[in-house]
Design a binder for this molecule. Structure first.
Ligand SMILES: Cc1cc2nc3c(=O)[nH]c(=O)nc-3n(C[C@H](O)[C@H](O)[C@H](O)COP(=O)(O)OP(=O)(O)OC[C@H]3O[C@@H](n4cnc5c(N)ncnc54)[C@H](O)[C@@H]3O)c2cc1C
Length: 417
């Protein structure tokens, strides 16, 4: 297919990877964002790039059983700020339906088709790019504080293994050999050798956008306020910088994508799950890979001369002010895991809040926009946008060029709710 003019709205990790994938394939790409690339949710996430170990999603019978206790616990890893959520009843009802075992298994099978090649997709996308230096290829560790939690999580691990995930269970001694910094607060661990991670999510996103520009793509700083439809096709974006004509359009605007879709008359049941991080600079530590602490819903990522602790799920509106007490909880819970943080005073920290884009079944939307010939959607990557972005770029390229991506895309349809 000869090069098309494609406009991508959103320069988070998903939009940036789509932009570079399309540009490398010879398309004329314009990436539009109201902000610097990577300033949204892709800015401060935990940086884990997971593959099949992440197939099973949050909604499931185990979470459902934990919700009543969590709602009473101010420090719980999941909170709902009800007064900010009028009108989201439909999302929550759909979410509750997704907590049935049968739905959790269906979603895991669907997610596995996307997750099977996440790391390979980054290898292909970043081949020859300086961004490759920001990728660590040394796996991830899933930590459990107690034997009971580890056993309670066994179904999930086994199901992921049945979908092809490679995993090794570790006792304290083996864990200590792999990561001597981890304290005895951790009873058991699972090692996922195929995972990657990045020490700098925003740096990675920006370098990918820069690669796209270096290859001839364009980056435009503008806020999309409306979409003009002509003859059943998006013909122009109306922005705070004026009108931009479009030939083909991809919407990858993260947690704001439903607002862009609504301007084209399309309703998508997208909600935001907010999460937080604390960054601690000047904290030399011996950690070499990303840690995922399921019980506390946090991840710890070693950064250059420091650490990031990130996680938490807060259901609230897009606009509500951040509640940085949620970030302090991450530190209180996470500090016990490492020797370098387990004792001593509270160090200086930076806090951040990000908005994960999430549909009730925790599957992204990767689809042609319903009823529109020249428009595609790629959003709703929830806790896995860093992991899925490069693969999403490849799938969008297939769709745009009219190729079968090689797996069933129906679970990711835009009109499923
Ligand atoms: C605490 C936390 C930890 C996480 N950890 C991980 C992890 O370890 N691994 C992982 O895989 N994922 C992780 N995630 C999830 C991941 O960060 C997200 O899924 C991902 O960043 C979403 O990327 P995106 O490009 O879709 O959205 P974003 O990064 O939010 O980008 C969307 C872009 O669209 C732009 N935009 C929106 N509306 C408009 C408009 N009208 N006009 C112009 N521009 C617009 C925004 O400015 C923004 O730049 C984590 C998330 C959080 C909050």
């Amino acid at each position: 297919m000869s090069g098309c003019q494609v406009t991508v709205v959103g320069a988070g990790i998903v939009g940036a990877c789509i932009g570079l994938s399309l540009q490398k394939a010879g398309h004329d790409v314009v990436l539009v964002d109201r902000d610097e690339p990577g300033s949204g949710c892709s800015f401060g996430n935990s940086g884990a790039i997971l593959s099949l170990s992440a197939s099973t999603q949050l909604p499931g019978p185990r979470l459902l059983a934990q919700i009543p206790k969590m709602l009473l616990d101010r420090d719980a890893p999941l909170v709902v700020r009800w007064r900010h959520l009028p009108g989201l009843t439909r999302w929550f009802l759909a979410f509750l339906m997704e907590c049935r075992q049968v739905r959790q298994e269906e979603t895991a099978r669907a997610m596995a088709t996307l997750l099977a090649d996440t790391t390979g997709a980054y290898d292909r996308l970043l081949d020859g790019s300086p961004a490759d230096a920001l990728i660590r290829r040394n796996g991830a560790l899933g930590l459990s504080r107690t034997e009971a939690w580890f056993e309670g999580d066994r179904w999930r691990r086994d199901f992921n293994v049945s979908l092809g995930n490679r995993m090794q269970e570790l006792n304290r001694e083996k864990l200590h050999r792999l990561e001597p910094s981890i304290t005895s607060s951790v009873a058991r661990a699972a090692y996922y050798p195929d995972a990657y991670s990045t020490l700098d999510p925003v740096g990675l996103t920006r370098q990918i956008a820069d690669d796209m520009v270096a290859g001839g793509g364009r980056l435009v700083r503008a806020e999309v306020t409306d979409v003009r439809i002509e003859n059943g096709r998006p013909a122009a974006l109306l922005t705070n910088q004026g009108e931009m004509k479009v030939d083909r359009l991809v919407v990858a605007a993260g947690a704001y994508s439903h607002r862009v879709a609504a301007r084209m008359g399309i309703r998508v049941l997208l909600n935001t799950e907010r999460g937080y991080h604390v960054d601690i600079d000047d904290l030399p530590n011996g950690l070499s890979r990303v840690l995922l602490h399921g019980e506390h819903a946090l991840a710890i990522n070693p950064r250059e001369n420091g650490l990031r602790m990130a996680g938490n799920v807060e259901f609230s509106s897009l606009e509500a002010a951040p509640d940085y007490r949620r970030a302090q909880i991450l530190w209180r819970k996470g500090r016990e895991v490492l020797r370098e943080t387990a004792t001593g005073d509270m160090p200086e920290m930076n806090f951040w809040m990000g908005r994960r884009p999430t549909l009730p079944d925790y599957r992204p939307v990767i689809d042609r926009a319903p009823g529109l010939e020249n428009c595609w959607f790629a959003f709703g990557h929830q806790h896995l946008g860093m992991s899925l972005a490069a693969r999403t770029g490849e799938v969008v390229l297939d769709l745009l060029e009219g190729r079968d991506p090689g797996f069933d895309l129906r679970p990711f349809r835009a009109d499923r709710f």
